[in-house]
Design a binder for this molecule. Structure first.
Ligand SMILES: C[S@@+](CC[C@H](N)C(=O)[O-])C[C@H]1O[C@@H](n2cnc3c(N)ncnc32)[C@H](O)[C@@H]1O
Length: 278
């Protein structure tokens, strides 16, 4: 039976408010007979939130973009965890996602880090336990690194879905460097867009008070160029994963044509798995 949560007004502003977009997209997707991602809890959360989600419908936000992103990332993360065996997963900026519900059983421990107002909201819908922790703060804070360094056994797997966009390139470069130094041998799965797609995304971004800043070059080549001890283990461009096959017909015609006719178009959106060498 569907869970009914107490009603709450999400007092979010700026970057934290953006978490409502992928949440809305995943909830909306549940009305499809064959949803790209199965996430019934997203709709239950939306039903409990006192927020005008119709703004995303009226601004014609492409819900499928967010759903295929989650699906491709889930699939990659699940492959990585099955190959390595259970290990600690540290997810940055989970917002109100339900990834732990889908993949938590593959991890030894799952830790979610987001801003205090987001974690407070998150705790209304999800409950921490021995295998799942929620930490309030910025992923850039030294505090969580000091707390977790040396406690993870095998090097952790980091996840950042829809998060790096809000940082500058030097900020992400330095952050990846810190993760490598503090957690040698760790790896990270994240998504990014090209410079051109970043410009387009800012033109269409439905929340005016959170601009997107971060873009990467094709094949995420910047990462090993920043630090040769960071290697790209997996790179999934737009249309590359088999998960796109059943979904392509739902994308705008110009995106379908571009990705079929112009190879560089596949670099407009990427899911990257980068690993730091020990
Ligand atoms: C677009 S939302 C994505 C949410 C979630 N990953 C999803 O796909 O549904 C961006 C998330 O990143 C979080 N975030 C942004 N900057 C952060 C930081 N410095 N530390 C932790 N979380 C951050 C926001 O609060 C928000 O939850």
């Amino acid at each position: 039976m569907a869970e009914v949560f107490d009603r709450v007004r999400p007092d979010l502003d700026g970057v934290p408010e953006t978490l409502l977009i992928p949440l809305w997209a995943r909830a909306r997707e549940q009305s499809h007979l064959d949803p790209i991602i199965v996430d019934p809890v997203a709709q239950q959360i939306i039903d409990a939130l006192d927020y005008d989600f119709t703004r995303f419908t009226s601004q014609r936000v492409d819900a499928e973009n967010f759903c295929i992103r989650s699906k491709v990332m889930d699939s990659l993360i699940s492959d990585i965890l099955r190959e390595s065996g259970p290990r600690t997963v540290i997810e940055f900026g989970p917002g109100l996602d339900t990834r732990f519900n889908r993949l938590g059983h593959l991890a030894e421990r799952w830790i979610e880090i987001d801003f205090p107002e987001v974690i407070a909201l998150r705790k209304r819908f999800f409950h921490p336990d021995a295998s799942r922790q929620m930490l309030s703060g910025s992923m850039l804070d030294q505090e969580w690194m000091d707390k977790l360094r040396g406690t993870t056994g095998a090097p952790p797997l980091f996840i950042a879905e829809g998060v790096f966009y809000f940082f500058s390139r030097p900020q992400i470069r330095d952050f990846l460097q810190r993760l490598k130094t503090e957690f040698p041998g760790s790896s990270i799965v994240f998504d990014a867009v090209s410079e051109l797609y970043l410009k387009l995304s800012n033109l269409q971004h439905p929340l005016a008070n959170s601009r997107l800043e971060f873009a990467l070059s094709p094949e995420a080549a910047d990462i090993p160029a920043w630090d040769p001890e960071m290697i790209i283990r997996d790179y999934i461009g737009f249309g590359d994963s088999p998960w796109y096959d059943g979904v392509m017909h739902r994308f705008a015609w110009w995106k379908r044509c571009a990705v079929r006719l112009l190879r560089p178009a596949r670099h407009s959106f990427m899911v990257v798995h980068a690993e730091s060498l020990n």
